[in-house]
Design a protein around this ligand. Structure first.
Ligand code: TYM
Length: 328
């Protein structure tokens, strides 16, 4: 059976880009594949400076993952810091990737540029090595992610291949699985930038927990352009194309087909906003129910982490044996 793994950071609230680019496919994939999904709290330490925040966000994110439809009896949902093999193998991965390769990661360049006046941790730079460990620890075949993570999966492949060439066949080399629609949801106020938790404008970001009025308002105010022709053209019409792509991801119709139905921007904005409101309604109801029982959430995460650890520990040992480290 195909092994699938993907992870999400507990930094800030989950947004529409996370959902359409990744989470939705995790939910579909859990019934077809052997699915592992991690809440990568150690990754979020690259930008965390306050106590108490990461743990709270981890619980909320767990509630959201179950609310969107991950079934704890079907998928293995775990917390990265509960599985110590992640940072252990992360170090080995750091020693298998070069400074030059890490320097070429566009996400590091973007994030460090945005934080130019703030503390830029070394972890922000070495982050892809820990991500590679997250993936190869589970003998992962497929990694369902949004387009922004493609480069990180490519570097994971390079690291796994290099390790295998140096120390013998040890790791499965994973491939990215990127959805046709929703792979790159853009900021509604700046449609040339991806919708992101580190965005500067709140109004360009649609959170899964936004109430209907807020969602409709954000879509109504979405930046388009000074023409009035509805056409799907990412380069020339990024704002309109983003709306069409979101509507396409929600309805399953192609953006080109949807475009032919509209002659004005107003109705496109309204329909997209309303489609998103209906998409989010049941998710929000389940989220609030689940977050009401924190003990149960903690129990589910513990169960997932135990299952994850069994797999991760065996792979980690295999890697240590391949290198020839003396067993403890
Ligand atoms: P993160 O937490 O930023 O995002 C989680 C998932 O959401 C997708 N995504 C988007 N998709 C479409 N449009 C957008 N605007 C958008 N924004 C985010 C991301 O592609 C991702 O799939 N480094 C990863 C977390 C990670 C990971 C892993 C992923 C750590 N280890 C191992 C896969 C496998 C990250 O920061 O994702």
């Amino acid at each position: 059976m195909t092994r699938v793994l993907s992870c999400i950071q507990p930094t800030g609230d989950v947004h529409l880009g996370n959902y359409l680019g990744a989470l939705r496919n995790w939910v579909i994939g859990q019934h077809e594949c052997d699915a592992f999904h991690g809440i990568v709290d150690l990754h979020s330490l690259t930008v965390t400076t306050e106590p108490g925040v990461v743990g709270e966000n981890t619980l909320k994110l767990a509630a959201m993952l179950f609310a969107v439809g991950l079934d704890p009896d079907v998928a293995t949902v775990f917390v990265q810091s509960h599985v110590p093999e992640h940072p252990q193998l992360g170090w080995i991965m750091e020693c298998t990737v070069s400074f030059g390769e890490l320097s070429r990661m566009t996400q590091f360049k973007d994030k460090s540029a945005k934080r130019e006046a703030e503390f830029i941790s070394a972890g922000l730079f070495t982050y892809p090595a820990l991500q590679a460990a997250d993936i190869v620890l589970y003998d992962t075949d497929e990694v369902p992610v949004g387009e922004d993570q493609r480069q990180h999966i490519e570097i994971t492949r390079d690291i796994a291949e290099r390790f295998n060439a140096r120390f013998g066949e040890t790791f499965v080399v994973p491939r990215p699985v990127i959805p046709r629609a929703g792979a790159r949801v853009m900021d509604l106020q700046d449609p040339t930038s991806k919708m992101s938790k580190s965005s500067t404008t709140e109004s360009g970001l649609v959170y899964l927990l936004d109430d209907p009025a807020a969602v409709l308002k954000k879509f109504k105010r979405a930046v388009t352009d000074s023409e009035n022709e509805v056409r799907f053209d990412r380069a020339a019409k990024p704002g309109v194309s983003n709306l069409l792509e979101i509507l396409s991801a929600v309805t399953g119709e192609t953006p080109e087909h949807l475009a032919s139905r509209y002659s004005q921007y107003g109705p496109l904005k309204t329909d997209t906003g309303e489609a998103v409101v209906e998409l989010l309604r049941p998710i929000q109801t389940r989220y609030h129910e689940l977050l009401g029982d924190r003990e149960e959430l903690t129990r589910l995460l513990r169960k997932g982490s135990e299952r994850a650890r069994t797999v991760a520990a065996a792979t980690y040992q295999r890697a240590c044996d391949a290198i020839g480290l003396i067993r403890a």
